[in-house]
Design a protein around this ligand. Structure first.
Ligand code: EPZ
Length: 434
């Protein structure tokens, strides 16, 4: 069962009052949103799968607990490595408490349903970003032959004849985990599945490549049409899955560097996954050099200018980078608007930035106007989700005086030992227990 300790911890950050004091190198961890899907995908395998470069974060621990609770043999075999064997699983009910802790528990449902012909789960929990419906999953399952009922707060889905069938499915809304879940389900379904208007995130293509190397037949992942020919269980035969670098972490470090560093090198990343961000920052006036596997950001000659941001599915501007970007925009010169198109609750944190001194006005839950530059003052803050949590840390670094960021659990969900890594480039940050 869950062994969460860090709900009562906080970060204390001494800000530099807008001075550029940071320098050095930050290496990017494996991507949370790739590792979690790869862990779920082990349900499609009849043998042991080894996963490398897995970030040591709370969401990964919860996913490991969910798989263990189902009866999987999950072993942490190194600081960033797991072996997972799901052969012994017979349970098909997702644990209530763990599923409520994490939205991505939903990605287990497809592989379980496809393999065992049934699955039961509660409405998944996770970050407070808005309503977060699961209708696309349920309608995908239904078309594949999985009938679902909602009884006593649990969805119970069962496949006719215990087997899902291949379908043509059009996503009326682009969904990352929806695409991944139906893609994984289709690997064990009967016949061919075509997913249209699929999400394009690089983590999806990366997962498909690994599954294909182990016997799956997936074509077109990384494009908007994915074709999957169903078959039997996959075999890893000692092939190792290596998690790709976290583009959101890399992007957040880049934004931090753009506001507060003299020179910061972000290593072990894939700059090709961050093109929208590097393009915007360069146009804004931030000197950025892109190398193979790393990005260097330096002090701009003059204060960078503001630009409008509209979040979009990949390769557009990621909603997961919206909060750190708003902090950046409070320090840039000029007025701009930020339009959050993906989630309706994902601008609420800006109220706390206003308390710090930022000039932000909310036109509606999807749209804010930011006027910069503004002087931020240290405050006590509590991030509603992991991305806003890290954005508050960045705001605390830029601010004058001390900031306290409460509920560190949210940040630990997605970022490994963040305070130690930030200290290595000069950030004055401490983890303190209440
Ligand atoms: C994934 O969430 C990521 N999570 C999120 O990362 C990320 O913010 C999001 O994609 C968008 O890029 C993981 O990969 C684990 P969606 P997901 O389904 O898949 C609506 C982070 O901080 N929708 O692509 O849950 C939905 O409400 C996070 O790491 C439906 O209407 O997002 C949203 O408006 C949080 N019905 C839109 O689609 C559904 O059944 C896109 O959401 C499913 C989604």
């Amino acid at each position: 069962m869950s062994s969460v300790r860090n709900g009562k911890e906080m970060f204390v950050v001494q800000g530099f009052g807008g001075k550029r004091k940071l320098s050095g190198r930050l290496a990017v961890s494996g991507a949370k949103n790739a590792a979690l899907k790869a862990m779920a995908a082990t349900l499609l395998f009849s043998d042991t799968v080894k996963l490398n470069n897995v970030p040591d974060i709370e969401d990964v621990k919860r996913m490991a607990e969910l798989l263990s609770d189902l009866g999987g043999d999950v072993k942490k075999v190194g600081a960033h490595s797991y072996t997972i064997n799901t052969k012994g699983i017979s349970k098909t009910d997702l644990d209530h408490t763990l599923s409520k802790r994490m939205r991505s528990s939903i990605i287990l449902t497809g592989p379980i349903l496809a393999r065992f012909g049934k699955v039961s789960f509660p409405h998944p929990g996770g970050c407070v970003l808005g309503s977060r419906p699961i209708d696309l999953f349920l309608s995908g399952f239904k078309e594949m032959g999985g009938r679902s009922v909602l009884r006593k707060g649990r969805y119970r889905v069962s496949a006719r004849g215990k087997k899902l069938k291949g379908i043509e499915f059009f996503f009326r809304k682009v969904s990352v985990t929806g695409t991944e879940t139906l893609m994984m389900s289709a690997v064990l379904a009967e016949g061919k599945t075509t997913l249209k208007n699929a999400a394009l995130e690089p983590e999806i293509e990366h997962l498909a490549e690994f599954l294909n190397s182990c016997g799956a037949k997936i074509k077109g992942a990384g494009t908007s049409t994915i074709e999957i020919t169903g078959g039997g269980m996959l075999r890893a035969r000692k092939k190792v899955y290596t998690t790709l670098p976290d583009r959101i972490e890399a992007g957040s470090f880049l934004i931090l560097g753009a506001i507060a560093a003299r020179r910061l090198e972000i290593t072990k990343c894939k700059p090709e996954h961050l093109e929208i961000l590097t393009t915007l920052l360069k146009e804004s006036g931030v000197p950025i050099s892109i190398k193979k596997g790393s990005i260097v950001v330096r002090t701009p000659r003059v204060r960078p200018s503001a630009f409008d941001v509209r979040t979009h599915e990949y390769p557009g501007f990621s909603t997961d980078l919206q909060a750190p970007m708003v902090v950046y925009l409070t320090q840039a010169k000029g007025e701009c608007s930020v339009f959050e198109t993906i989630f309706e609750g994902r601008l609420n944190y800006t109220e706390d930035l206003v308390h710090m001194g930022a000039h932000i006005t909310m036109a509606n839950p999807h749209n804010i106007a930011v006027k910069g530059p503004s002087k931020l003052e240290g405050r006590t803050l509590e991030g509603p989700d992991l991305r806003a949590g890290l954005a508050f840390v960045i705001a605390g670094i830029v601010a004058e005086g001390q900031s306290i960021i409460d509920n560190v659990y949210h940040i630990d969900r997605g970022y490994e030992r963040i305070e130690e890594r930030l200290r290595s480039i000069g950030v004055n940050i401490k983890r303190v227990s209440r």
